[in-house]
Ligand binder design. Structure first.
Ligand SMILES: [Zn+2]
Length: 322
C-alpha cells in the first residue's frame, strides 16, 4: 500500500508504505462517523514526531481517521473547520472523508492539506454488496459496480479497500472479494449477537500491536462508536467484550466496590471524558451510554448506586477525583 503523499513541509521522501495497523489505530482511538462533532479533550501525551518511524525499517506509521463524515452527508453535522481542529488536537496525519461519492461531496468536499492533516474525499463507496472504504485514490472510481471491481480499481491506483458496516447477509465472503485489506467492526446487532471468538482474538492482537507502537493512546482513549456519539450510535453493542479487552490491556474496565460518585453525574462523566449534554442529548442519554459500555446488564439512563460506583472507580483509575 502506498501512503498518502507526505505534507510539503515534511520530507517528501517520507511517502512510505502504510502498515494496516496505522490506519486502524485511528479506528481504535477515534473511530466513528461522528467523532469530530462530539469529540472532547482528553488527556494523554502527544508524540514528539509524526508520522512515527517504524523501528528497524524505513517505513512510517501514519496516524489517520479512515471513516469520517461531515455536514456533506447525513451522518454528521461537523464542519471542515471543526474536523480540522480536532485533527490538529489529535495530531492526525490524514483523514479519509466518507461522505459517500456524491456529486456534492466530490464538488464541495475538502481535499489536500489543512494544516498538518491530509484530507481525502470520496472514500466511502456504495455498491450492490454494501459499502466499502477505498483510499487513497487519484481519480474517482466508477460508481455502483460490483464490490470486486471497486476493489480492483482501487488496487490499480495503489489504494486499499475495507468493508464498511459488514453484515452477515451481505455475503462479503463470496469469490471476487479477496483483495479486501480489512473489515470495519461496526455491528449494529451487537446487542443481540456475540462477536465470534476468532474476530475478538484478531482484534486484541491488532489493538495490542497498535497500542505498543502508539503509547500516546492512553487506555481511557480506547473508545467505541457509542461513546463518542451518545444516543445516536449504539455500536459496538452491549455484547462487545470490553471486559476481556481490558484484561488484555486494551481500554479500561471498572472494579466493583468503589464508593459511589456524589453529586452531579454530568460533571463526573465529563471528567472521565464523556461529552457535555446538548439540546438533543440529555444527561440521561449520556448515563445510558456509559452503562452501555461499562454496565451492559442495565442500560436505563438512571444514575443508581452501582452506576455511580463504577464511574467512581474509573475516575480513580485515571487519576481524577471521584
Ligand atoms: Zn460512513
Amino acid at each position: 500500500m502506498t501512503a498518502p503523499a507526505a505534507p510539503p513541509h515534511r520530507s517528501s521522501a517520507r511517502a512510505a508504505r502504510l502498515p494496516h495497523g496505522a490506519m486502524l489505530a485511528c479506528a481504535a482511538a477515534l473511530g466513528g462517523c461522528s467523532v469530530f462533532t462530539t469529540m472532547y479533550a482528553t488527556p494523554g501525551p502527544k508524540p514528539d514526531v509524526h508520522p512515527l518511524p517504524v523501528t528497524g525499517t524505513d517505513l512510517f506509521d501514519w496516524k489517520g481517521v479512515i471513516h469520517c463524515h461531515s455536514y456533506l452527508s447525513h451522518d454528521s453535522k461537523g464542519t471542515i473547520a471543526e474536523i480540522a481542529a480536532a485533527c490538529r488536537r489529535a495530531s492526525v496525519d490524514f483523514v479519509a472523508m466518507t461522505d459517500h461519492q456524491t456529486d456534492a461531496s466530490i464538488r464541495d468536499g475538502q481535499r489536500g492539506m489543512v494544516g498538518d492533516t491530509l484530507f481525502m474525499v470520496g472514500c466511502e463507496q456504495r455498491c450492490p454488496q454494501g459499502t466499502i472504504m477505498a483510499f487513497p485514490l487519484t481519480t474517482p472510481i466508477k460508481r455502483w459496480q460490483h464490490a470486486g471491481l471497486l476493489i480492483k480499481d482501487t488496487e490499480a491506483q495503489g489504494g486499499v479497500a475495507f468493508t464498511c458496516h459488514a453484515e452477515l447477509w451481505k455475503a462479503w465472503d463470496q469469490p471476487g472479494l479477496e483483495g479486501l485489506t480489512g473489515v470495519e467492526i461496526v455491528n449494529l446487532h451487537g446487542d443481540r449477537h456475540d462477536y465470534p471468538a476468532v474476530q475478538v482474538d484478531a482484534l486484541i492482537e491488532l489493538c495490542r500491536s497498535i497500542l505498543a507502537r502508539h503509547p500516546a493512546i492512553v487506555p481511557r482513549n480506547v473508545v467505541g462508536h457509542s461513546d463518542v456519539a451518545p444516543r445516536r450510535k449504539v455500536d459496538p453493542g452491549l455484547r462487545f467484550p470490553w471486559a476481556r479487552l481490558a484484561t488484555a490491556g486494551i481500554g479500561l474496565w471498572p472494579r466493583a466496590g468503589a464508593r459511589p460518585v456524589d453529586g452531579d453525574m454530568q460533571t463526573a462523566l465529563q471528567r472521565f471524558g464523556y461529552p457535555p449534554a446538548a439540546d438533543d442529548v440529555t444527561t440521561s442519554d449520556i448515563i445510558a451510554t456509559f452503562q452501555r459500555r461499562f454496565r451492559p446488564s442495565r442500560e436505563d439512563g438512571i444514575a443508581d448506586r452501582e452506576t455511580r460506583a463504577l464511574l467512581a472507580d474509573l475516575l480513580e483509575q485515571v487519576g481524577e477525583q471521584p
